[in-house]
Design a protein around this ligand. Sequence first.
Ligand code: THU
Length: 157
Amino acid sequence: MEEKEWKIKVSIVPECELPADERALVEAARAAALQAYAPYSEFRVGAAVLLENDVTVTGNNQENAAYPSGMCAERIALFYAGAQYPSVPVKALAVAAWQNQAFVERISPCGGCRQVLLETEMRSGKPVRILLAGKNEVTVISRAADMLPFGFGSFRT
Ligand code: THU
């Protein structure tokens, strides 16, 4: 029998210690969250994607009375980036959420969004940094592959 282990590194960084472009990305995710259309869950999520050409695109969750027809903030931002800038690598993605009149301490992308993040990274061959906004601290994962070990199409040995 052979056993394997995957280790991932997660850094908890005081927001003020992030580089200026990443601080701005976290702020953009927070601003996007406030504009979400989430009348059913009342859980507003915002995502902001920083592209290698320094363009930032944002997305937020869009819900629908036919529940499965809605979409997460992260995928809306990533698909918009892919639609508008198909050949520009994604450098980073920030996520923030708002509930009960306040930003939540931290949320982490769902499985479906992780799969899309992973493919975004594999497509360009460049790491996508993931920034999960808290109130004063940001959780940083240095590449999308670390968020989905053993994901479909990414069997790292
Ligand atoms: N949601 C996101 O937008 N991103 C996530 O990573 C998790 C969940 C949305 C989907 C739904 O509109 C609401 O949050 C509650 O699940």
